[in-house]
Design a protein around this ligand. Structure first.
Ligand SMILES: [Ca+2]
Ligand SMILES: [Ca+2]
Ligand SMILES: [Ca+2]
Length: 142
């Protein structure tokens, strides 16, 4: 029979109440020296052995006290990419943080969801051909 220390505040609790997940001592001491609780199948166990509902994992809000439900390694791109994401040197970073290949910038196609890859393309001629029509040639003075 495992012997558990009585509560730190000298309250006595029955052995069956020790490590049952409820604070019976009133100061939590009957739950403090327990092996980590296992979570229900529909729950996620944080790295600090907290249990949170699975649907809270990767919802972009830290629900574990240690934020382990929102780790990048765990969530990958299930959660929104962080705003300050960095792109590789051969990539262009869109205004919304997306990364696209540099060659896609100013190629006439909107590759960023916010179209920012096609917004700063001043030197890229797209509709300038119309300017040099016949009228322009005729008005040229000699
Ligand atoms: Ca208890
Ligand atoms: Ca969360
Ligand atoms: Ca483009």
């Amino acid at each position: 029979m495992p012997v558990f220390p009585v509560c730190s505040n000298k309250t006595c609790v029955a052995t069956i109440f020790v490590c049952d997940g409820d604070d019976d001592c009133g100061d939590g001491s009957d739950e403090r020296k327990c092996p980590p609780l296992t979570c229900n199948p529909n729950e996620f166990q944080c790295n600090n052995s907290q249990c949170i509902p699975q649907i809270w994992v990767c919802d972009n809000q830290p629900d574990c006290e240690d934020h382990s439900d929102e780790l990048m390694e765990k969530c990958g791109y299930k959660s929104k990419p962080p705003i300050m994401s960095t792109c590789a040197s051969h990539e262009f970073r869109c205004g919304n943080g997306e990364c696209i290949h540099l060659n896609w910038k100013c190629d006439g196609d909107e590759d960023c969801k916010d179209k920012s890859d096609e917004q700063e393309c001043r030197e890229y001629p797209q509709e300038h051909e119309m300017v040099f029509g016949d009228r322009n040639l005729n008005s040229r003075s000699s």
